[in-house]
Design a protein around this ligand. Structure first.
Ligand code: NAP
Ligand code: MG
Length: 495
């Protein structure tokens, strides 16, 4: 199915020179989609050199020039949108309905947004903060960015890493997850076809420990931007002391339902937010805290809706839920659910590996778990599967305290018709995003990023441009005096 080599360096596809192999598998069938040599340190070197050579020209292009090329890129992506949706669906095991309606249009909108944002880089006011000088602010690109992305939203994560970096005038080398490199390669190639100069966007495909480590530790990489799990992010941070870092890490989003909430809206919202992308979403609803009067009704209704979800082939427009990314992930999820059950939690529905037609894929049934211990693994650790855990709470303060009781702080939601409760939840929940009476929607204009162990720095929105620029103060003397009054604090010059 995939015909090109798996590296994209300096505007061209190329084979890696590593001894390792990258094999891309469709997790819904086990079919092999692509195979090729992995990138090793020499390939990373070539990509960083290409990005370094492109930096001068790209960083000095006017914002208008960069913006024009990015708009052409958006049009090119529009032209190949069906191919992008099909490849993303197959390599990541996503239902085609999701890639056509969420991943691909979202990314095209991201490109258009950053084309506009590229023209909007500004500093705060310039002026005479000392009577003898005019101060101005320059916002400057940083250099070559080394980015590492995860497998759960391969195309969107490539876009979130690449777009603010290049809009601000940096050049980039991206290492996508080894399991899902294909749409990142298509995204970079589309940029080249749109006229973005060779070397501005490079993609190296290989393992995290090989190509990934070589990239982040490369001396000519000025900044590392990483999206992935908290342990890997922390490990990378330890290997690049002193380097500028942007970390988007794991999440364990709470979903807090107060006793005045619209129960049907909360139940529908919980199923959608727990099952999107088969639960392999860092902002997915994972912990539903439901105030006691609604608790059993919520469990009933969520179980009913979950049980009606259709698992099936990812290319089928009627399929709701695709497989997990791999058999490894399937076994991991199943083992975590088994341990929760052994620990005394109640399985309300699911907790099975579906057989029959789905045998060849790494599927897992939508699962609702009740009454787990707050300090248990299933409540505290990322599952990254179609698994929602529900727990009851009594007072509002208890509900919000339980919501905050994890190391993570990426996203959360609160469900209530009471504007005062909504306001307190928005204030008290420690997370980079709090939805009120919804959970999941994202938009290009608004930032995405974590609190606590979910990382720091923002993706999307104009806030992300702050991550990828340095701020320089330029202070210019306007007196033309050789003997400046302040010199007399240092020396009495009689010469
Ligand atoms: P992961 O295991 O942390 O891997 C992420 C990336 O890091 C992959 O490309 C991986 O390479 C690479 N990597 C691994 N070790 C490395 C090292 N020593 N040096 C450099 N790179 C290294 O995460 P994942 O399993 O792909 O994705 C799931 C995780 O991502 C979840 O924790 C999820 O919450 C998080 N996530 C966070 C956000 C957010 O915005 N905060 C968004 C999406 C996902 P290979 O796997 O190719 O070897
Ligand atoms: Mg991993």
């Amino acid at each position: 199915m995939w015909k090109e080599p798996l590296q994209f360096v300096n505007g061209r596809f190329a084979d890696g020179t590593g001894t390792g192999e990258v094999i891309v598998i469709d997790p819904s069938t086990g079919a092999e989609l692509a195979k090729g040599p992995a990138a090793d340190a020499a390939d990373v070197d070539a990509a960083v050199a290409a990005a370094g050579a492109a930096f001068r020209g790209w960083s000095r292009a006017t914002p208008g020039e960069r913006s024009g090329l990015m708009l052409a890129w958006a049009r090119e992506l529009e032209r190949i949108r069906d191919d992008l949706a099909a490849v993303e669906s197959r390599q990541a095991g996503k239902p085609i309905r999701l890639t056509m309606n969420f991943d691909v249009p979202g990314v095209i909108d991201n490109v258009s947004f950053f084309a506009g944002a590229a023209r909007n880089l500004e500093g705060k006011a310039a002026g005479e903060y000392s009577p003898e000088h005019t101060s101005t602010i320059r916002r400057e690109p940083i250099g070559v960015i080394g980015s590492i992305a995860p497998w759960n939203y391969p195309l969107q994560m490539a876009a979130w890493k690449i777009l603010p970096a290049v809009a601000a005038g940096n050049t980039i080398v991206l290492k996508p997850a080894e399991l899902t490199p294909l749409t990142s390669l298509m995204f970079a190639e589309a940029a080249t076809r749109a006229g973005i100069p060779d070397g501005v966007i490079n993609v190296v495909t290989g393992s995290g420990r090989g190509a990934g480590q070589a990239l982040v530790t490369h001396p000519d990489v000025s900044m590392v931007s990483f999206t992935g799990s908290t342990p890997v992010g922390q490990a990378i941070a330890a290997t690049v002391p002193g380097k500028r870092l942007h970390l988007e890490l794991g999440g364990k989003a709470p979903f807090v339902v107060f006793d005045d909430a619209d129960l049907e809206a909360a139940a529908q919202g919980a199923v959608a937010a727990a099952l999107i992308n088969t639960g392999q979403d860092c902002t997915a609803a994972t912990r539903a805290y439901v105030q006691r009067p609604l608790y059993e009704k919520f469990l009933d209704r969520v179980a009913t809706i979950m049980s009606a979800v259709t698992l099936g082939p990812t290319g089928d427009h009627d399929t709701d839920l695709g497989p997990l990314i791999s058999w490894t992930q399937q076994h991991r999820v199943a083992a975590m659910v088994d341990r929760a059950r052994d620990d005394g939690a109640r399985i309300v529905c699911g907790a099975t590996i579906p057989g029959d037609d789905l045998d060849a894929g790494s599927y897992y049934a939508p699962t609702l778990i009740a009454d787990a211990r707050q300090d248990s693994e299933i409540v505290q650790q990322e599952v990254f599967g179609p698994v929602l855990v529900a727990l009851p709470f009594d007072s509002d303060d208890d509900g919000l305290a339980l919501a905050n009781d994890t190391v993570y702080g990426l996203a959360a939601s609160a469900w209530t018709k009471d504007i005062y409760r909504a306001g307190r939840a928005a204030r008290d929940i420690q997370a980079g995003c709090v939805w009120i009476n919804d959970h999941i929607p994202i938009i290009s204009e608004m930032p995405h990023g974590g609190y606590k162990a979910s990382g720091y720095g923002k993706d999307m929105s104009t806030y992300s441009l702050d991550e990828y620029t340095n701020i320089k103060h330029v202070m210019t003397d306007i007196t033309a005096e050789a003997h400046k009054p302040w010199h007399r604090m240092v020396f009495t010059n009689t010469m």
